[in-house]
Design a binder for this molecule. Structure first.
Ligand code: ADP
Ligand code: ADP
Length: 229
């Protein structure tokens, strides 16, 4: 069974004469442990597609099966439960909680789970250590550099231990060196079995992935194996 199965997905924004059809019949199947980049011109529907895969938004038409469950028919509450269980996000501008510490930001996905404070602390410490940011744990995230912030965002995605990690232009606000480091981390997570899907404009970023899906005007234009395959 595929992990992600999109069948003839349409997404329309707006009403009446003001509509934009952002996705026009997208079919996409993704298996466990894949590492994919989504590329395409600005406005082609990449973020819309990622938002639908991430259960942040629902398609106007079509069926989305996540781990065999048709999520298009679920209520908001169920949808957010599945999202929290299965999906982590990494964003271009990190989406951290500015007035909180590194520890608090990384611990965020764990508060909703039934874990003791000790268990939370152990898990968070483990991933801070793994990413080499344990020394920053008590710092306010607003005091960090871009590269450090993105490491915090990755630690937060790792601590959730979800099968799927979605990233929208995760290297967009980083310099080349930090961008390359970030992609190495994604490779490592992928080797550990995570399914990773990254939106990027950057061919160099895409070259780290195993499959490249190109979108043009709301449709899949090509779907090819990457260099790492
Ligand atoms: P990309 O990520 O490839 O830049 P998007 O998925 O953000 O593309 O957008 C695809 C199209 O849908 C664009 O024309 C964009 O303006 C439109 N769009 C995206 N989100 C919304 C929204 N929330 N409301 C209205 N139009 C939107
Ligand atoms: P990126 O391409 O870096 O993902 P975008 O500028 O395409 O960023 O979109 C950022 C956010 O704004 C997305 O959540 C998208 O859904 C929303 N958005 C994009 N275009 C529109 C629009 N025309 N109207 C309303 N929201 C939009």
């Amino acid at each position: 069974m595929a992990l992600i199965e999109l069948e003839n997905i349409y997404k329309t924004y707006g009403e009446d004469e003001y509509t934009t059809v952002a996705l026009k019949g997208v079919d996409l199947t993704v298996d466990n442990g894949e590492f994919i980049s989504i590329m395409g011109p600005s406005g082609s529907g990449k973020s819309t597609l990622l938002n639908i895969i991430g259960c942040m938004d629902v398609p106007t038409k079509g069926v989305y099966r996540l781990d065999g469950v048709n999520v298009t028919t679920l209520r908001d509450k169920e949808l957010s439960r599945i999202r929290n269980q299965k999906i982590s996000f990494v964003f271009q501008h990190f989406a951290l909680m500015h007035h909180f510490t590194v520890f608090e930001n990384v611990a965020l996905p764990l508060w909703k789970r039934e874990l003791s404070k000790k268990e939370i602390k152990e898990k968070v410490d483990h991933y801070l250590e793994k990413l080499g940011i344990a020394h920053l744990k008590k710092k306010n995230v607003s005091k960090l550099s871009g590269g450090q912030k993105q490491r915090v965002a990755i630690a937060r995605a790792m601590v959730a231990e979800t099968d799927i990690v979605l990233a929208d232009e995760p290297t967009g606000a980083l310099d080349q060196e930090n961008g390359a480091r970030l992609m190495e981390l994604f490779c490592q997570m992928n080797e550990e079995g995570k399914c990773i899907i990254v939106i990027t404009h950057d061919e160099k970023v895409a070259s780290y992935t195993k499959r490249i899906v190109r979108i043009v005007d709301g449709q899949i234009h090509s779907d090819t194996k990457g260099e790492r395959q």
